[in-house]
Design a protein around this ligand. Structure first.
Ligand code: UDP
Length: 220
């Protein structure tokens, strides 16, 4: 199975010195830019990126395309807390005609270290044989899991898309469109889960510019 990753600042930090994560990235079929800071950094490094495509935009955009074209698409939702993917499936069926959620699963904590659990998930996905496997396990877990099992998985494509299943279920709210358009989605997310996300964003604000500067210097 081929898969898509969407790097944000957090991923870039995690990629430093993490060889497994780097391999997962190197083997992705498509790398989309998630977030304006990454786009800005790429511009500074001489790469022109037309637009950012976070996973939480990518998935609804694919579903809308399918619906508009009166086409059909089968989807498996892997990840999020118990019950959330089922609620996301109900919301998807209501909103997008032609999109059929053929399976959902919320793996238990630590599942990635259990070979029997991994085998079970691969079997579940393969027997559902979806066009799209939506993987919402958070980074780097989702990318590593997909990379480690890509050869066994029979799905059209895997999308590593973080909290997208939560958003589809209405479990978490995305930032208003105006905040997203001016690049402030991170602020909305941070305020909605301050305990968990303030340290993450503070770390990003300190180390991401250093990584970009180092890269700029090494290119000169
Ligand atoms: N998650 C999961 N299993 C795990 C760890 C995380 O299903 O072992 C889910 C979590 O419930 C959430 C998603 O993964 O729905 C990741 O959320 P996060 O905000 O970390 O995503 P990101 O910042 O990568 O978009």
């Amino acid at each position: 199975m081929q898969y898509v990753v969407t790097p944000n600042v957090d991923h870039i930090l995690c990629l430093q010195g993490n060889e497994s994560f780097q391999c997962a990235y190197a083997n992705a079929a498509l790398v989309l830019t998630d977030g304006k800071p990454v786009r800005l950094a790429l511009l500074m490094l001489g790469y022109t990126i037309e637009e950012t495509v976070p996973g939480s935009d990518l998935v609804p955009a694919i579903f809308s395309k399918v619906s508009d074209k009166q086409s059909s698409l089968s989807v498996f939702l892997l990840g999020a807390a118990p019950g959330v993917a089922e609620r996301a499936a109900t919301a998807i069926h209501q909103r997008w005609k032609g999109v059929d959620v053929v399976g959902t699963y919320s793996p238990p904590l630590g599942f990635e270290f259990e070979s029997s659990e991994n085998h079970k998930i691969v079997e579940m996905v393969n027997s559902a044989n979806p066009d799209v496997l939506v993987v919402g396990l958070g980074a780097p877990k989702q990318e590593l899991w997909v990379y480690n099992h890509a050869n066994e998985l029979h799905a059209g494509v895997g999308l590593c898309v973080g909290a997208t299943i939560d958003f589809l279920a209405g479990e978490r709210m995305r930032a208003p469109v105006w905040m997203r358009s001016v690049g402030l989605e991170w602020l909305h997310r941070m305020l909605s889960q301050p305990k968990r996300l303030v340290p993450r964003y503070v770390k990003g604000a300190i180390f991401f510019p250093i990584i970009v500067l180092r890269q700029l210097v090494s290119m000169r």
